[in-house]
Structures are given as structure tokens and as C-alpha cells.
Ligand binder design. Structure first.
Ligand SMILES: [Zn+2]
Length: 378
């Protein structure tokens, strides 16, 4: 009898263990129809200290600025009014423009008396590259710098993903025809601001385990998972790295922290390998704000290599950046639901690091930056 009950106990125990191991973790069916991913927006009930930050703590350079084309006094004035409220001292016009469009903006900004608030990057036309394209692009670059451009960019993600050569093949980022362009930028002392790829998930299958399912479902042009049309994420980054490697005397700024924010260690390796490389934080706040302690350590370690940038010019969105960088607030909303379904936390960056990220690094790597309005720069 005792043996029988022992066996019964053991067999129940084993069955129970097996049953636990076999229960798939997500197979419970709610008694009422569940909401869709778009419908479920629970309001947080958490009550914790909150510190809204409408103005940046220090005057800031937006390295990744996309204001409208600055060719009229009224447009310039409305952008400056928004900048003043946010403590944005200088915007880099990263809607790169060349020739007449560049000239007209520089003149309009001067005529409006706002030349201390904007600097301009030029652009390079990478379409239909073939023999002889490199020197032609480089001489246009020299002209635009004479006109007043202080950088190149933003070179968009088309470079590497979509742009075709004259012979119809994909223009590889490390194409040797472009070497003379990047060398010329180095000689002119201007940074090259380049956006490569997109979040790594966009290159992966669009399934229910993809963290960016919603964004990929909303925007068909953000799906790069068709291998017959696009390179792999890592292949693209290796190609980009070969370009960086060939031009150690050129200053490179990688947009969106090279889309490595879900793996900051990888960005650290890149910084260690290439001392002439910087990164800009636009549109990756959702990743920094979900790892506030690791991200703070990273920003402290690489404080000389990181630049503030916002990407799209929506004045009401900047304060989310100030709050993540400056406070230690917990579990607060992000501004764009298709980037992230999670909440953000503040990194509480030290003032020394904030100053570098907000303006000191930009003032160092962009030539002829207006210095007025920045503490200790006159
Ligand atoms: Zn951009």
C-alpha cells in the first residue's frame, strides 16, 4: 500500500512536470474577443514623480535637422520661434542642397538676420555613377563649400539599398569611384552625414515575433526582407564599414546611431575601430529609453562621439528627448506608437555629457559654426 501510494505520487509528480513543460505559454483564450494591436492602449496606473522638460538644459545643436526649405523670411521666423522655445540654438539643415537651392537658403537666412541659427549641408548626387562620376561630384562639392556648405548630408538610406549605377547594378557604399568624393570631404574638413539601412528588424521576416511588426505592416516601403532586391542588414553594414576604413581622414557621422541602439556594444566596437566616426541619436529614442542604465554608461564612455539630432522637425516631439536624457523619470509614454509599444525611462545624463551631446561635439566637428549663444564659447 505504501509502495502503491509512493508510485502514484511519483507518477502524478512526473505527469505534472511534463504537463507544465508542455503547456505553451501563450495559448490561453480570453472569454471575450481580444482587442487588436491597434485597439489595446492601456493607460498606466503607475504614480511616480514626473518631470516634463519643455526646454533643453543647455543650448542645443540639432545635427539632424529637417526644417522646411529656408527660403523665405516667414518660414525662417516661424522655425526660429519654435527653436527658441526648445532651447535649440542651431539647426543643421540636413535636407542637403546644392547649387542655387543652397545659395538661396544661405542668402535668405542672412537677410532675415538669423545666420547664427542655421548651418547648411550640401548633397551629393549618387545616381547613375559610372567612370568619371567621382571627380565630377567632388568638384561640385568644392563649389558648394565655397558657397557656404559645412558638411555633406544627410545622405539618405537609398545609398546602399536602392541607388543604381549607370550600368544598372546596385551602387555599393564602398564603390571605388566615390573614393575621391570622401577624400575631398576629408581635405575640406567637413563631416559626411550618412544614413545607412534601417532597423535590423525591417530586414527580417514580417511575423508575429518581429518587434517592428506594426511599422512594417503600416509602411510597405520599410520592408527590406526581400533578399532578391535588398542586401542583408549585416552585409550592408560591412559594406559601409569598408567605406569608413578606406577614409580615416574623413569625419563620418552615422545617422540614427547606425541602427545599433538595440545592441550598443556593437556601436562601441565601431567607435573603437574608427576614431573618425561619430553617431547621431535621431529617431532611436525608443531604444535608449528602454535601457536607461546601460545607455547612460554608454553615453558616458563615448561622450565625445555622440551628437544630438532629431530627424523630422516636429517641435512638440523634442521634449521627449530632453526628458529621456536629463531626468530619471520612469515608465512614461513615447510619442510614436509604431516605433515602440513600450514605455521610456530617463537616463539622467551628467551635465558634462549633456553639454557634449547637445553642442560641444557638433561645434568641434562642423567647421565655421556660429558660437554665439553657447556657454564658454566666445
Ligand atoms: Zn534625416
Amino acid at each position: 500500500m505504501r509502495l502503491a501510494s509512493l508510485i502514484l505520487f511519483l507518477s502524478l509528480f512526473i505527469v505534472n512536470q511534463q504537463a507544465q513543460a508542455q503547456i505553451p505559454r501563450r495559448n490561453r483564450t480570453p472569454e471575450i474577443p481580444p482587442p487588436t494591436i491597434l485597439e489595446y492602449k492601456p493607460l498606466s496606473t503607475l504614480i511616480v514623480p514626473e518631470h516634463e522638460v519643455p526646454r533643453a538644459k543647455f543650448p542645443t545643436v540639432d545635427f539632424h535637422g529637417h526644417p522646411p526649405v529656408l527660403n523665405s523670411r516667414s518660414t525662417i521666423q516661424s522655425v526660429v520661434t519654435a527653436m527658441d522655445a526648445l532651447n535649440l540654438q542651431v539647426i543643421v539643415q540636413a535636407r542637403g542642397s546644392s547649387g542655387e537651392v543652397l545659395k538661396r537658403q544661405i542668402q535668405a537666412v542672412r537677410a532675415a538676420g538669423q545666420e547664427d541659427r542655421f548651418v547648411f549641408f550640401t548633397t551629393v548626387d549618387l545616381r547613375n555613377v559610372g567612370p568619371g562620376s567621382g571627380p565630377r561630384i567632388a568638384s561640385q562639392l568644392e563649389e558648394d563649400v565655397t558657397t557656404g556648405a559645412v558638411g555633406i548630408g544627410e545622405i539618405g538610406k537609398g545609398f546602399g539599398l536602392l541607388t543604381r549605377k549607370a550600368d544598372g547594378s546596385r551602387l555599393r557604399m564602398d564603390d571605388s569611384e566615390l573614393d575621391v568624393v570622401w577624400e575631398t570631404a576629408g581635405q575640406l574638413g567637413i563631416p559626411v552625414f550618412v544614413h545607412t539601412g534601417d532597423p535590423a528588424e525591417f530586414f527580417e521576416p514580417l511575423d508575429f515575433e518581429n518587434e517592428r511588426w506594426l511599422e512594417m505592416a503600416l509602411f510597405p516601403n520599410r520592408r527590406f526582407n526581400n533578399r532578391s532586391r535588398f542586401p542583408e542588414f549585416d552585409e550592408l553594414m560591412e559594406e559601409r564599414d569598408r567605406m569608413l576604413e578606406k577614409h580615416p581622414n574623413t569625419t563620418w557621422v552615422l545617422a540614427h546611431m547606425s541602427w545599433y541602439t538595440q545592441d550598443l556594444g556593437r556601436l562601441g566596437e565601431l567607435f573603437d575601430r574608427f576614431p573618425n566616426v561619430y553617431a547621431e541619436v535621431g529617431a532611436v529614442l525608443y531604444d535608449l529609453g528602454r535601457q536607461p542604465r546601460f545607455a547612460r554608461d554608454f553615453f558616458v564612455k563615448y561622450q565625445d562621439r555622440i551628437l544630438f539630432g532629431k530627424d523630422s522637425f516636429q517641435p512638440e516631439e523634442y521634449s521627449y528627448y530632453w526628458r529621456v536624457f536629463e531626468t530619471e523619470d520612469e515608465y512614461f509614454d513615447y510619442y510614436r506608437d509604431y516605433h515602440a509599444f513600450w514605455k521610456l525611462y530617463g537616463m539622467g545624463l551628467p551635465d558634462e555629457v549633456l553639454r557634449k551631446v547637445y553642442y560641444e561635439n557638433a561645434l568641434r566637428i562642423i567647421p565655421n559654426m556660429p558660437k554665439d549663444g553657447f556657454p564658454g564659447q566666445n
